[in-house]
Design a protein. Structure first.
Length: 455
């Protein structure tokens, strides 16, 4: 990182520090100012937004009369179907970006050296691609340093940071870890899909001060610590990517002697909320995002009631997401936290409950595939996917495609074989692939299940 990038990063850290000292009223005024600026940019530089809003009588000359609630809600399907027209920088084309992501040699690289491109299928199973410019990515790095890890940078003694998660691909967590300032940090990225013995060895040898990554991955390390298989002494633990439930939190605290800090993030909008250490309450960063909660009829719900989260990212001008529907059901708290933060409290999150896939190996041991490996796997030509475990050692992959069926089946087989081989399961687990026109939601919950484990 050159001096200019350092200056921009530290300017953003300073900006975030000032914002968290604002009052709730001042934050609302800041949100409104940023929203109007973003909307003007989208109406000027995005063909999609100009047409989509224009059809509804929303034009740039009326911008001062428009409130956020006047705008229609969009979702991942709309974004991906209109990707080239929605993007404000015409350097980014969906076909070219997909080819970049699909090339293994581009792992952890920037697209055209200027964009961080994050891909995910998420819990919806629908493929999503989200781009950030270098300056926009610096906001995310600033959040990571200033509000989540809250670590004091040391010039003569580097902070050792270990990330456990999906590391082979264009994913948010590993990208942020590897881009931490090397002047102040030493990092290691541990593949959650490696055999458990390799995971133990890497983490134990590294002895991290900060342990960060998927909640279930850190929970697995906590179990290994309690069994005596590893002996690490992290001073800070940051969990993200999945729901950190009470049982996981308790086990992690018992194993390492400290409370884990829960983070809320997604590929669409990284670093949306972080727990305060005083009261373990998730604070939504309303200086960078606008959050709404709506019911099935898209009407606002009051704090204390469950609803679907609608997100507006106020700093991404490359790929604006304005009133974007997330797949998370949330409840907001009506009260501010006792810690004194002006940021509202996210009381609960649901919708991220994908289960592990467990298999029996021929040597009588068991091995798992983490749900994030499925959620994060990008396969060229696939619009939506579902993984069904039909027996203890067999899988059925169903997919909706947008290309030649034979080629797409082959692409899926290559990806699944890669996943099985990485866990040493390719000799024990069989699978088949079906291309379908529709994937049904779960009959009991009414929600889409990306992964259906064998019961």
């Amino acid at each position: 990182m050159n001096s200019i990038k350092y200056i921009d990063l530290f300017m953003k850290i300073n900006e975030l520090n000032k914002n968290q000292k604002l009052s709730s009223h001042e934050l609302k005024l800041l949100q409104e100012k940023k929203f109007k600026k973003l909307l003007a940019h989208a109406l000027t530089h995005s063909k999609f937004y100009k047409n989509y809003y224009g059809e509804r009588g929303i034009t740039i000359d009326k911008i001062n009369e428009i409130s956020l609630e006047d705008l229609p809600i969009i979702d991942k399907k709309i974004v991906m179907e209109n990707y080239d027209d929605l993007i404000c920088d015409q350097v980014l084309k969906r076909k070219d970006v997909e080819e970049f992501i699909n090339n293994p040699s581009n792992v952890n690289k920037k697209y055209k050296n200027n964009y961080n491109v994050i891909c995910s299928s998420g819990s919806s199973g629908e493929v999503g691609i989200f781009a950030y410019s270098l300056k926009e990515w610096n906001y995310i790095k600033a959040l990571n340093i200033q509000r989540t890890s809250k670590s004091k940078l040391r010039l003569f003694s580097k902070i050792k940071v270990a990330f456990i998660g999906n590391v082979y691909g264009n994913y948010a967590g590993v990208s942020l870890t590897k881009e931490l300032p090397k002047l102040f940090t030493k990092t290691i990225a541990v593949n959650i899909n490696s055999p458990i013995g390799e995971i133990r060895s890497q983490v134990d040898k590294f002895q991290p001060e900060i342990l960060t990554g998927y909640a279930s991955g850190i929970f697995t390390l906590a179990q290994e610590q309690l069994k005596g298989n590893i002996n690490i002494k992290p001073t800070k633990i940051l969990c993200s990517g999945e729901v950190l439930n009470d049982h996981m939190r308790s086990e992690i605290k018992n194993a390492f002697g400290i409370e884990p800090i829960n983070l809320y993030a997604a590929s669409e909008s990284l670093g949306m909320a972080s727990e305060c250490q005083e009261h373990n309450k998730l604070h939504l960063f309303t200086d960078l995002y606008k959050f709404e909660v709506v019911d099935k009829e898209l009407k606002p719900v009051l704090p204390g009631n469950s609803g679907n989260l609608i997100l507006t990212n106020l700093f991404n001008y490359t790929q604006p997401l304005i009133r974007y529907r997330m797949n998370d059901e949330v409840i907001l708290d009506d009260n501010l936290c006792e810690c004194g933060s002006p940021f509202p409290i996210l009381k609960s999150i649901s919708g991220r409950q994908d289960e592990f896939l467990w298999f029996e190996k021929s040597d009588a041991t068991r091995e798992f595939i983490h749900p994030s490996i499925i959620r994060g796997s990008y396969v060229d030509g696939v619009d939506k996917i579902k993984v069904i475990q039909t027996s203890m050692n067999s899988l059925l992959i169903k997919a909706i495609s947008n290309g030649k069926e034979e080629n797409i089946i082959n692409n899926i087989k290559i990806k699944i074989n890669e996943i099985l081989q990485s866990k040493g399961l390719d000799k024990d687990v069989t699978f088949s692939v079906e291309i379908v026109s529709k994937l049904e939601n779960d009959k009991k919950t009414g929600k889409y299940k990306l992964i259906v484990p064998f019961k």
